[in-house]
Design a protein around this ligand. Structure first.
Ligand code: HEC
Ligand code: HEC
Ligand code: HEC
Ligand code: HEC
Length: 457
């Protein structure tokens, strides 16, 4: 009986692996790598090339964190699952069959590269996902421009490149056998307010950030200057491996934190501090993407005047997967269900309440900060990558132990303000006087010089 059970478990595992591989093979058509141009052979799109090289798309296959996870996926499935993973991390390597032989040409090594995206014509299913791209590998480069002319290749207008479905073909992923949603960035966007307003992924990820317009520039070296140029930056939240300044700007724009604490709380008393975390500008839930890997958490601290910190509360946001035995958290390949999902939907918010015990005789500062890092510490150290914590948003509020202390503090603040207004006035007057003296001095000097010249003549 036990032997039979073991046999069945092995058989199921083999079937699951077989399905994975079958679905990986069927998601994309089979096309040789030579049908795509390598980025390194492209000489006309300097700015776009610089932008892309720093993006996670260029690093999708070389990414050390991806490679650690892929190795774990392979180890769990006898070396079969990695091929499935590569579907989106090197679509050209997958379509050409090179990921099976292990001999990757430059096009495949470039991950999500220019010419893969620019020979896409549509999606084979709606909603898109699981690498549902439809391709026409005829060498024609397709994008949003209607009048592009190039000496090096044919061009064609593609309205599809201006849609979120274009991105959704990779940014939506369902477990091929258990049907669990592993990444639903596209579906989150589709169900949210931005889709209704016609704001697509490109508007936030291919410009200088949410709310920004396309920039001015040239599409190609010899082309005219246009005002509808998109950036090949695809910046998200990866400060360590992506373009750090852009990623920081994205993270800082994504969320707001508001804090409500009592102004006065007598020593020994207890009250509630309420914090609201809002998804202000992300087009999808935060954290987004592979949200079981990402770490986003709110921390509320009470800080004593001497700097001592006391944790009042912590709340983590993200998704947690459960396996067939009911264990969690588990890796995405073992997921049969979502155990919990407390991401914050687009323009949605989450309220967190923490008890505050007043343990100061004078005052303390309550600070709420929303933190983000791309990876759990152990994953980052296995991959040998830095894993900085970014404060996405934070707010502080001072709590006094009595009304008189509050009054005293506001009087001091007022006086400070008056004093700073006074010193600002003094600075302006002094600066003015100095400038006048300088002008006068220069005037007198030149007058004297002229007179001297005059005299010499
Ligand atoms: C992930 C897919 C993707 C990758 C990778 C990519 N592009 Fe694009 N590209 C697009 C999309 C989508 C647009 C159109 C954006 C829009 O109109 O909303 C575009 C627009 C363009 C344009 C038109 C002018 C402009 O900038 O708006 C050029 C030229 C271009 N890309 C070149 C490149 C080059 C060169 C690379 C590689 C160095 C590259 N792209 C990589 C998706 C991609
Ligand atoms: C061929 C599949 C594919 C397509 C098409 C695609 N992506 Fe990606 N994208 C990826 C992969 C894979 C990664 C993760 C790479 C990594 O981190 O190793 C990624 C990462 C990202 C990130 C995260 C970067 C960061 O710094 O955290 C953003 C943002 C992004 N893509 C936006 C887009 C947008 C916008 C489009 C459509 C114009 C698009 N992608 C189309 C596969 C794709
Ligand atoms: C209204 C602006 C906006 C739109 C629209 C938008 N995003 Fe984002 N996206 C953001 C911001 C801001 C962040 C950074 C905060 C975060 O990580 O969630 C982000 C983060 C990401 C990340 C990185 C997540 C992580 O933690 O690694 C990916 C991937 C991504 N977006 C893909 C997409 C895709 C695909 C679409 C379209 C289906 C899209 N975004 C639409 C603003 C937007
Ligand atoms: C349907 C396309 C698709 C498939 C298949 C896929 N991924 Fe990804 N992967 C993505 C996209 C898109 C992102 C970017 C999401 C984000 O930034 O959070 C990503 C991001 C990642 C990241 C984060 C990397 C980083 O540096 O931030 C890891 C790790 C990863 N994938 C591992 C895997 C593994 C392991 C598999 C196979 C079990 C796999 N992926 C299969 C599309 C895919």
């Amino acid at each position: 009986m036990r032997r039979l059970m073991q046999y069945l478990v092995v058989l199921t595992a083999v079937a699951i692996v077989a399905c994975y591989v079958a679905s990986a093979a069927s998601a994309l058509p089979s096309i040789p790598a030579e049908a795509f141009q390598a980025e390194t052979t492209c000489t006309c799109h300097g700015p776009q090339q610089d932008e892309w090289r720093e993006s996670m798309h260029a690093k999708a296959l070389s990414d050390p964190v991806y490679n650690v996870k892929k190795a774990e996926a392979d180890a769990a499935t006898g070396g079969k699952l990695g091929l499935f993973c590569d579907t989106c991390h090197t679509p050209i390597g997958t379509m050409s069959g090179q990921t099976k032989t292990g001999e990757l040409s430059p096009q495949s090594l470039e991950g999500v590269t220019c010419d893969f995206c620019h020979q896409i014509v549509g999606t084979t299913k709606l909603p898109p996902g699981d690498a549902s791209q439809e391709l026409l590998p005829d060498g024609t480069k397709r994008a949003q421009l209607r009048d592009a002319v190039s000496p090096a290749h044919a061009n064609a207008f593609s309205g599809f490149h201006m849609t979120a479905e274009f991105c959704g073909a990779c940014h939506n992923l369902v477990h091929p056998t258990t049907g669990v949603t592993l990444d639903d960035t596209y579906s989150q966007w589709r169900a949210g307010p931005y889709a209704a307003e016609g704001i697509v992924c490109q508007d936030c990820h291919m410009t200088n950030g949410p709310g920004e317009r396309p920039t001015t520039g040239r599409a190609g070296a010899m082309g005219p200057i246009r005002d509808n140029i998109y950036l090949m930056t695809f910046s998200g939240a990866n400060v360590a491996l992506g373009q750090p300044e852009r990623a920081l700007r994205m993270l800082h724009s994504a969320a707001t934190v508001t804090l409500e604490a009592p102004e006065v709380l007598a020593s020994g008393d207890e009250a509630t501090v309420t914090v609201v975390v809002a998804n202000a500008k992300a087009g999808h839930a935060i954290p987004a993407g592979v949200s079981e890997v990402r770490e986003m958490w709110l921390e509320v601290n009470a800080i004593q005047p001497d700097g001592t910190r006391r944790l009042l509360g912590i709340r983590r946001f993200g998704t947690v997967f459960r396996d067939a035995q009911g264990r969690y958290p588990v890796q995405m390949w073992d997921a049969v269900a979502i155990q919990s999902d407390d991401r914050i939907p687009p323009r949605g918010s989450a309220e967190v309440a923490c008890p505050l015990q007043m343990d100061s005789e004078t005052s303390l500062t309550v600070e709420a900060s929303l933190n983000y890092r791309s990876f759990p510490e152990d994953l980052a150290s296995k991959a040998g990558v830095q894993n900085p914590v970014t404060i996405m948003a934070s707010e502080k509020s001072v709590v006094y132990a009595s009304k008189s202390q509050l009054r005293r503090a506001s009087r001091t603040a007022e006086r400070g303000e008056r004093r700073s207004v006074q010193s600002a006035t003094i600075a302006v007057v002094a600066g003015g006087a100095l400038l006048a003296a300088l002008l006068l001095g220069t005037g007198v000097y030149f007058l004297m010089r002229r007179r001297r010249l005059h005299l010499r003549k």
